[in-house]
Design a protein around this ligand. Structure first.
Ligand code: K7E
Ligand code: CUA
Length: 659
C-alpha cells in the first residue's frame, strides 16, 4: 500500500498538519494497545484483523470493489481492505449530489425510457469491468438493470455513466452484464420469459408464444459506447434464464447461460394451481445453455435474422440449424455459472443441491463433435449427455450460489442456506497448487448472514489475485444497531491469503443504501482516473471539449427573441454573472463552466423551484435548459462547500412576470 501525503489544501490555504498523518505518537507502546483491547473486549484475533484492515488517514487502498447497488439503481465504489465507501456512481436513479437527473445526465436517463415512460430507478445486479485478454483493463464498467432490462456504460476516467440502452425484446434481465474476453460484446441474458417485445398474451399460450432471449451488445471501445446498430439477440426457449458467464482462453468464443423453470410452470396460486415456487422447481435438473457466440456473430452478419421490435434476432430454428446452441442438464434450481481462470471448467451451483457441478469444456466440445446427445428439449435443441460433459461434483454445503477463484487452485462458493463461504480445490492442472486432494471441500467460513454473491480480488479473470474475499451478505440481523426495521446488508471482508482452513473474517461493512448482488474487485493501480477534467470547458457526456462552453471574460447573457442564453463561469468564490433576469415564459439555456484546475475544487449550482442541482467538477461544463414558467426571485447558490466564502457564492435569478 502506498501512502500519499498532501502537504497543502488549497481550498482554505491551510497547511494540513503533517502530524495528523503520522501514526507514531511519543510515549505510546504496545501495552497501550493491550489496555485498549482489554477495555473494549477485543481478542488477539480482533487485533490481528484490525492490523490487517486498519487504514490510516492518507493510506490508499490496494483494491477497489465495484458493487452493484441492487434496487438503489446505483453502483458503489469501496476500498479494500479498509471497506470505506469512496463514492456512489449514479446510474439508473437520479442522485442530487452528482446532479444526476437534476440538470446533468438527464439525456442519458432519457435513453433508458421504457416504452416511452420514465423509470427513474433500477435494480442493478451484475457489474462487469471491461477486459483485455480476459483480464480487467480498468477502462469501462457495465451494469444491468434487472427490473427493466437495461444496460449502462460507465467510463472509468471519470466514474460517470455515459449510456443506457433499453433492451427492446424483454422487460427483465439477469444474465448480464458480462463481457467477452476482449469486451467485444456486453452480454445481457433475459430472465422472466414474455412474448418477445413484451406484447400481450395469456398463460394459456406460454409454451407457444413466450420466449427467453440473450442479447449481444456490441461495444465500440473507440466511441466508448454500445453500438446498437451492430448488436443482435438470440431467441431462447421460455425457460427463465439466470446468470451467464463468458468463456475465456480455451473456451473463448462461447458463453454459458443458466436457466430455471425448464418446467415452464405458469403458476396460478389464486386459482389453486401450484405456485411458481413449487412448479418451477419440480424437475431435478434445468438446462445449462452453451452458446457459440462467434458463430452466432457470423450468422447475424450473414443476415440470417428476423427483425423483432426493430432488432435483429436469431430465431431458435436458425440457432438449432446452424449449431449455435446446446443444452446440458444442471442440478437443481441452478443459479451461478462461473468459468475457471483457464477457461477449462465451468462451475454451476444448484440452489437445492449441496454440490457444485463442474463441467469440462473439452468434454463439451467432444460431445458436440460426437453428437453425444441424451435427447432434445421440446424446442429441438440438442441436449449433451450429462455424464459425458461433467468433470466432478463437489459437496460444498447447503444453498450454493456463486463461485470465484483464487490464484492457487482454490475455488470459493457462497452458501446461502449455510450462511458460509466454502473453500474447495479444483483438479486438473490447478490441483498442483493446493496441498489438499483435487475436488474436495477444504473448509467453510461462517458469515453473517445468508450470503449472495462473493467477490475474490480479480477472482473471475484469467489471473485471480486472491488475498481478499468479500462476502456480500443479504441479512445482517444482529450485527449492527437497528436503524429501524429496514436493516443494512453486510459486506464481510475475509482473508484468503492463507491455505487450508485459515480463512478468517476480518471486517464488516454495513450497506445502508440498497441491496447489492454481484461486485468485482480490481487492483487499484489498474485504474487511471482523471483528478480534474482535461481542459476547461469539458463536456463529460461527450467526453470532449464543448465548443459552446463559457470562458473567463466571455461571461454574458444573450437574448434572442424569447430565448435567453446564459454564459456563466464558476470559480472560488463567485459565479459570473451574479444577476440573471429573464421574463416569465422565456426559454432559458444556461451554460456554466467550472474554471478551476485545483483537485477537488468542485462547485455546485442549486436553483430553487426549478428542481436543478449541478455538480461541476474542475473543468466541467454543463448546460441546463428550461422554461422560466414561474415568476419570482430565486437565489441560486453553490451547493458544494468549496471555500471559506462559499455562502457568498450565490446570485439572483429574477423572472419578471408577464403582464
Ligand atoms: Cu445471485 Cu442477481 Cu447474481 Cu442476487 S443474483 S445474489
Ligand atoms: Cu463553490 Cu461553494
Amino acid at each position: 500500500m502506498k501512502r500519499r501525503r498532501r502537504g497543502t489544501w488549497i481550498g482554505l490555504g491551510v497547511v494540513a498538519s503533517l502530524a495528523a498523518l503520522s501514526t507514531t505518537v511519543a510515549g505510546q507502546s504496545l501495552s497501550d494497545v493491550q489496555k485498549v483491547a482489554k477495555e473494549r473486549g477485543l481478542s488477539t484475533a480482533d487485533l490481528l484483523a484490525a492490523a490487517k484492515t486498519y487504514t490510516p488517514s492518507g493510506m490508499i487502498d490496494e483494491y477497489l470493489i465495484f458493487s452493484s447497488g441492487g434496487h438503489s439503481g446505483q453502483v458503489f465504489v469501496i476500498g479494500v481492505p479498509s471497506m470505506r465507501l469512496l463514492r456512489t456512481i449514479a446510474v439508473f436513479t437520479p442522485e442530487s449530489w452528482q446532479g444526476w437527473g437534476y440538470g446533468t445526465g438527464n439525456e442519458i436517463l432519457e435513453q433508458g425510457l421504457v416504452n416511452g415512460k420514465a423509470n427513474l430507478w433500477g435494480d442493478t445486479h451484475h457489474p462487469a469491468l471491461s477486459e483485455t485478454n480476459g483480464d480487467y483493463d480498468g477502462q469501462w464498467l457495465f451494469i444491468n438493470d434487472k427490473a427493466n432490462a437495461r444496460v449502462a456504460v460507465i467510463d472509468l476516467r471519470d466514474f460517470e455513466t455515459k449510456q443506457i440502452v433499453k433492451n427492446p425484446l424483454t422487460l427483465s434481465d439477469h444474465g448480464g452484464a458480462f463481457v467477452t474476453p476482449n469486451t467485444e460484446y456486453v452480454i445481457e441474458g433475459g430472465q422472466y420469459a414474455t412474448p418477445l417485445g413484451s406484447t400481450f398474451d395469456t398463460m394459456d399460450n406460454y409454451q407457444e408464444n413466450f420466449r427467453g432471449s440473450v442479447t449481444f451488445w456490441k461495444f465500440d471501445r473507440k466511441k466508448g459506447r454500445i453500438d446498437k446498430e451492430r448488436s443482435f439477440a438470440m431467441e431462447l426457449p421460455p425457460y427463465w434464464h439466470d446468470i451467464a458467464d463468458a468463456g475465456k482462453l480455451v473456451s473463448d468464443g462461447w458463453i454459458f447461460l443458466n436457466s430455471l423453470n425448464s418446467e415452464m410452470a405458469t403458476g396460478g396460486i389464486q386459482d389453486k394451481k401450484p405456485p411458481f415456487e413449487a412448479g418451477a422447481s419440480r424437475n431435478t435438473t434445468d438446462y445449462l445453455h452453451i452458446i457459440d457466440w462467434r458463430k452466432a456473430e457470423q450468422v447475424y452478419k450473414a443476415g440470417k435474422v428476423e427483425m423483432v421490435e426493430g432488432f435483429p434476432v436469431i430465431t431458435l430454428e436458425t440457432a438449432i440449424a446452424e449449431g449455435l446452441m446446446y443444452l446440458t442438464p444442471e442440478p437443481r434450481s441452478p443459479h451461478g455459472v462461473d468459468v475457471a481462470p483457464k477457461g477449462d471448467f465451468i462451475v454451476v451451483s444448484g440452489k437445492l443441491d449441496p454440490h457444485v457441478t463442474v463441467y469440462n469444456f473439452n468434454k463439451i466440445q467432444k460431445a458436440i463433435a460426437n453428437k453425444t446427445f441424451s435427447g432434445k428439449d421440446p424446442y429441438g435443441i440438442p441436449i449433451l449427455d450429462f455424464d459425458a460433459v461433467v468433470e466432478a461434483q463437489v459437496e460444498v454445503g447447503l444453498g450454493p450460489l456463486h463461485t470465484q477463484f483464487g490464484p492457487d487452485g482454490y475455488a470459493y462458493t457462497s452458501l446461502f442456506l449455510d450462511s458460509a463461504v466454502a473453500r474447495w480445490t479444483l483438479g486438473g492442472s490447478y490441483g498442483a497448487g493446493t496441498p489438499e486432494p483435487d475436488w474436495t471441500l477444504v473448509t467453510k467460513t461462517p458469515v453473517h448472514y445468508n450470503v449472495g454473491h462473493i467477490g475474490v480480488a480479480e477472482g473471475d479473470t484469467v489471473a485471480p489475485d486472491g488475498k481478499y474475499l468479500v462476502s456480500f451478505n443479504k441479512w445482517s440481523v444482529d450485527r449492527f444497531f437497528h436503524p429501524g426495521p429496514l436493516l443494512p446488508q453486510n459486506f464481510q471482508l475475509i482473508d484468503i491469503s492463507g491455505k487450508g482452513t485459515n480463512m478468517p473474517v476480518l471486517y464488516d461493512m454495513p450497506i445502508g443504501m440498497g441491496e447489492p448482488h454481484y461486485a468485482q474487485i480490481i487492483k487499484a493501480d489498474k485504474l487511471h482516473p482523471w483528478s480534474v477534467y482535461p481542459e476547461i470547458g469539458w463536456d463529460p457526456v461527450a467526453q470532449q471539449m464543448d465548443p459552446m462552453a463559457p470562458k473567463p471574460r466571455m461571461e454574458r447573457v444573450e437574448r434572442n427573441g424569447s430565448t435567453v442564453e446564459v454564459y456563466m463561469t464558476a470559480v472560488r468564490s463567485h459565479f459570473n454573472p451574479e444577476h440573471v433576469t429573464v421574463k416569465e415564459g422565456d426559454h432559458v439555456i444556461w451554460r456554466i463552466t467550472n474554471i478551476e484546475r485545483a483537485v477537488d475544487a468542485t462547485h455546485g449550482f442549486a436553483l430553487p423551484q426549478y428542481n436543478i442541482n449541478l455538480s461541476l467538477e474542475p473543468g466541467e461544463t454543463a448546460t441546463i435548459e428550461f422554461v422560466a414558467d414561474r415568476a419570482g426571485t430565486f437565489p441560486f447558490y453553490c451547493s458544494e462547500f468549496c471555500s471559506a466564502l462559499h455562502l457568498e457564492m450565490m446570485g439572483y435569478f429574477m423572472v419578471e412576470p408577464r403582464d
